[in-house]
Design a protein around this ligand. Sequence first.
Ligand SMILES: CC(=O)SCCNC(=O)CCNC(=O)[C@H](O)C(C)(C)COP(=O)(O)OP(=O)(O)OC[C@H]1O[C@@H](n2cnc3c(N)ncnc32)[C@H](O)[C@@H]1OP(=O)(O)O
Length: 434
Amino acid sequence: MASFDDDYDLRTFDPALVDGVPDDRTRDWLAATRIAFHQSNSDAAVLEGALGAIDDGRVFTGVYAKEPLPGSLAETWPVGTYTGYTKTIDVGGGILVDSYLISDVTVRPTHKRRGMLRHLMTDRLAAAAADGLALAALTASESTIYRRFGFGPAVRNRSVRLRRDRPFGLHVKPAGRVELADAASLGTVARAVFAGYHARTPGSVDRQKQFWDRVLGLKTDEGKPDESVRAAVHYAPTAEGEAPGAIDGYVTYRMKEEGRLSVLEVVDLVGADANAYLGLWNFLGRVDLVDAIEYRHGAVDTALLHALVDSRTLETTREADHIWLRVLDPITALSARPYALDGSLVLRIHDDLGYCEGTFTLAVEGGTGTLTETGDALPDLELDAATLASLYLGGVSAGVLAEAGLIVAHADGAVARASALFAPDRPVDCITDF
Ligand SMILES: CC(=O)SCCNC(=O)CCNC(=O)[C@H](O)C(C)(C)COP(=O)(O)OP(=O)(O)OC[C@H]1O[C@@H](n2cnc3c(N)ncnc32)[C@H](O)[C@@H]1OP(=O)(O)O
């Protein structure tokens, strides 16, 4: 039987432009990816993809058929695609860890279920681990694919709809003020505000170029300005009589018709602190001629719900996994995040890909953890790599994972101790798509 290597080549390269247009292999890689996601394959869309990828420092990998059938797509079109690049993830306490983000994983429908994804994933995870990256992350098109590679759902989010057919009000009046702004001019300010959010939110993933282009209405997929995007900014409070403070929050949004209803769709809403966040909702809740407000990136645990006078006006329309994590180096990853209290735990971890396989002791002193491999020590808890990834940020507790049958306890009180140790310092959340 022919092996994978007899029929296919795995090629990894940096995307590039020649005379302002994507070079041939960059163009064909992007075109193949966009076809797989049923997106437009225009020259403008492919150029935008290349510009974004170069800006992000993405590395492209393709699986190429050595002998494509006559009349089918040329050899230069990959049958499988995959990209990886490095961005930071907040692991708690404002600690940002360089992590390996995975995206654009596709396999041509005519070549699926022949192990292309497995080849791409195992090859590239090994390269990321060799580069010293302790965490990998992705967002999944389907929730049943990535657990087998040791990824666990670590951050969930909620799509919410704020009804405006009932009076809007908050228990506390946020301080500061809000003004309308031009979305396209917000680049530098928006990035600074996001940096504040990113540094105080465990689970937050830093953003890539095309995401910024979309949320500020700078460019559509086809590279054109998106004039539907409006914006408002929040100014930090200052003492009575003084000029408004610095911009510490912004919202971008667009209006859409839904039958006879006017719906305000929040594109991006970022507060550097809780006051700015509520101040922006306080503004949105009072915009006239709006029947409902929709927001796709709501946190599972949000202060807004508790701040609303009528909490039933905030309805959840969807809740799902958002960020999937993979621990590539448990010693570095578990020593990087802060812990809620001191204590110790012995973890027996099973990992089909080997990265986390072993028995480890986590010792926490002064909130700082040290993980060391401890050979045949008796474990307090037994879990697999995907469950470790779900537990890592504290977005789900050890207690819940144990009740789901994903953690096996070998010592009394160990599950409760793990729940307490891994509790996050703030609600886990992520408002970046990638
Ligand atoms: C991070 C991201 O980019 S998410 C986007 C993922 N891409 C898409 O959804 C685009 C459309 N789909 C595809 O391109 C492909 O079907 C892919 C990438 C999902 C799968 O690629 P394939 O080459 O068919 O996967 P491959 O044959 O390597 O399968 C690897 C394993 O995953 C499993 N698997 C593959 N696809 C799926 C799926 N959709 N649902 C559940 N399991 C799956 C296989 O059964 C196999 O399991 P095993 O190794 O434990 O036996």
